[in-house]
Design a protein. Structure first.
Lengths: 300, 331
């Protein structure tokens, strides 16, 4: 990263600056700081508002309330939530989503980690092509894949089940996760592997006992990405799941909007309920997010 | 990108390579565990991505649609009757009658969409990352807030945007109270495009911001200290330390951003559904041909997919070459 800095900057060609103020490095002047705070507060509001808005709409009891958000203040109620929780299949959809998203996270991250490790450490034949292929799979438009995938899943008897969906989701998340983790593994010194091998660990033992614990931030980011992708996916889920008892939340949500009636208020409440677990996972890993992504991006 | 970097050192300086079989054997005995580690990915991707791709490519050479494909009605199984028609689909899409409305208008819009969205997400992400890379009170709080659009599932936030952008929704309420015009975001063709770009930027900024923030934090502080000592202005520091320092991160996130935006299915599909023919980018248009109409035109849909893929592959190889040349130039 550092090798690219141009020498010319450091020559004193620039006109001498104003008399140096006594300020610690990295600290900006009060004006700059105030402006920064202002900009960041604005940006935070923009980021936050749509999320809060849907939470607010979900409190209105009537399906047309989104047209007059002002009137919701007078009739705030949690009736949408009780309706969704107790009068629909929400509980089983939720369970399905947890199984599918959890399965994708565990399976996808494991597969991506072994791949990333193998590519990062071993110069086996085809490692370069493999990473390229992974990148190329990111370019496949879902519209091309979905029909043949349907046929394959049908012939493997994996349609309308968790396993099929977990495998499909893993196929979509693994490429990015493998890239990310390969970058992260590259930052872990090879000497650690060598020490492990000298001490008599097998290649798998080295990977499992030494590298995995060290790569925790990278793994956390990969897990976050996999979980969110699987949790919120609509197109595959609505194509591959056939019976209402197998629906994930994203598919179940669609049942509130039929041709004849759009129950926006129920959709809003369900959306909030769907967003909560995702936000929870997010808060668990956000500590690692910056370090994990950096190593991945900076080194890949 | 690793692919760009790894190429150089291994080539050239080797003794004549042994035969292919011998090489595979040697490689296998030396790296069998590597192959074991990679095997699951290769199998899963081969079955679920490789085979569909080949199958999809074959479909582009036929006239398959939902009326002549193999299907089951009740207990009766009807075999496929579609036939091989060569490259006719490609010719029809690229220069057949009405090809401007069916392909080229979407093609132009897709390119514009990708360029505008990636530029906006990248520059906004960079600006926010720079702001947050200062020593500020409440930095981690801002970070939490700003990553929120990423943490909440896309279809939830897009649903929220749809309510906000609806006629009489919050956005137009705000515009109206400021005395600005209130476009029909979800039905006027031009406003639809603007709305799609707005929402996609909102969704895409957090990823850019976090990646770039990570990149900024990995630039050693001594460089800025030295520059400050030499009297470099803030702009000069940005131009000659920050930007070069971010080069590797930037090249990765821009490439990913282009690929993801180009194939951005969720935003446009969830925002407009099957309406809004003008705002459909190539991916959603292909999906619409294959699933959103009767009879479903599998062959044309797959042809669009193959065209999309080729555009991306061409772009990526040019991009990589351009990156490599830049890297050479800056050494």
């Amino acid at each position: 990263m550092t090798a690219t800095i141009e020498e010319t900057v450091l020559t004193p060609a620039a006109p001498p600056a104003r008399p140096p103020k006594v300020r610690r490095r990295g600290e900006s002047s009060p004006l700059v700081r105030a402006l920064s705070h202002g900009a960041l507060v604005m940006a935070s509001l923009v980021a936050l508002f749509p999320v809060l808005y849907i939470g607010f709409i979900s409190l209105g009891p009537d399906k047309m309330d989104y047209l007059h958000p002002g009137q919701i203040f007078d009739k705030i109620t949690f009736s949408n939530y009780s309706k969704v929780l107790f009068e629909t299949d929400f509980a089983s959809w939720f369970l399905n989503s947890v199984i599918v998203a959890g399965g994708t996270t565990v399976f996808g991250v494991m597969v991506a980690a072994t791949t990333g490790y193998a590519v990062s450490r071993m110069r086996f034949a085809g490692h370069r092509q493999l990473m390229w292929t992974l990148l190329v799979t990111q370019m496949f438009p879902i519209a091309v894949l979905i029909v043949p995938m349907y046929t394959i899943l049908a012939s493997l008897k994996l349609l309308d089940g968790y396993t099929g969906l977990i495998i499909v989701y893993s196929a979509t998340t693994v490429p990015y996760c493998a890239w990310l983790l390969k970058g992260y593994f590259d930052t872990i010194p090879v000497e650690i592997d060598e020490a492990g091998r000298v001490d008599g660990l097998s290649p798998f033992g080295t990977f499992w006992r030494l590298i995995i614990p060290l790569a925790r931030p990278g793994l956390a980011v990969a897990a976050f990405y996999s979980f969110l992708t699987a949790w919120a996916e609509v197109a595959f889920a609505s194509t591959f799941l056939l019976s209402s008892s197998k629906y994930t939340l994203a598919v179940g949500l669609q049942t509130f909007v039929s041709q004849y009636e759009s129950q926006w208020n129920l959709m809003a409440a369900t959306s909030v309920l769907i967003a909560l677990p995702a936000a929870l996972v997010f808060y668990l890993v956000q500590r690692h997010l910056v370090t994990g992504l950096t190593a991945g991006a900076a080194k890949s | 990108m690793a692919v760009a970097v790894q190429g150089a050192p291994t080539k050239g300086s080797q003794e004549p390579r042994p035969g292919l079989v011998a090489r595979v054997k040697l490689s296998y005995s030396k790296h069998w565990y590597a192959y074991a580690m990679v095997a699951p990915v290769v199998i899963v991707l081969g079955v679920l991505v490789g085979y569909p791709l080949i199958n999809g490519f074959y479909l582009t050479l036929t006239d398959a649609n939902s009326l002549n494909s193999a299907r089951t009605i009740g207990v009766k199984e009807i075999p496929a009757t579609y036939q091989y028609i060569g490259l006719h689909n490609y010719a029809d899409i690229l220069w057949g009658p009405g090809s401007y409305d069916r392909f080229w208008s979407h093609f132009v819009w897709t390119i514009a969409w990708t360029v505008i969205c990636v530029t906006l997400t990248y520059s906004t992400g960079l600006a926010l990352a720079l702001l947050m890379n200062q020593r500020l009170r409440g930095r981690s709080f801002y970070r939490l807030m700003l990553i929120l659009p990423w943490a909440v599932p896309t279809f939830v936030t897009i649903f929220s945007w749809r309510l906000m952008l609806a006629d009489g929704g919050v956005v137009n309420g705000l515009l109206g109270s400021l005395g600005l015009p209130e476009p029909a975001w979800l039905s006027d063709p031009l406003a639809q495009k603007a709305a799609a770009i707005l929402v996609n930027t909102w969704v895409g900024v957090p990823f850019m911001m976090v990646s770039l923030l990570g990149g900024l934090q990995s630039i050693p502080g001594e460089l800025y200290e030295a520059a400050e000592m030499d009297g470099a202005t803030a702009w000069q520091q940005f131009r000659h330390i920050t930007l070069p320092g971010l080069r590797t991160v930037s090249s990765t996130v821009v490439l990913l951003g282009v690929i993801w935006t180009f194939n951005q299915f969720a935003v446009i599909f969830l925002l407009f559904g099957n309406g809004a023919p003008d705002a459909q980018i190539l991916v959603t248009w292909a999906y619409r041909l294959g699933f959103g109409q009767q009879p479903r035109d599998y062959a044309q849909s797959a042809t669009y997919g193959v065209l999309l893929l080729s555009i991306l592959i061409v772009f990526t190889s040019f991009y990589r070459r351009w990156l490599a040349r830049n890297e050479e130039a800056s050494r």
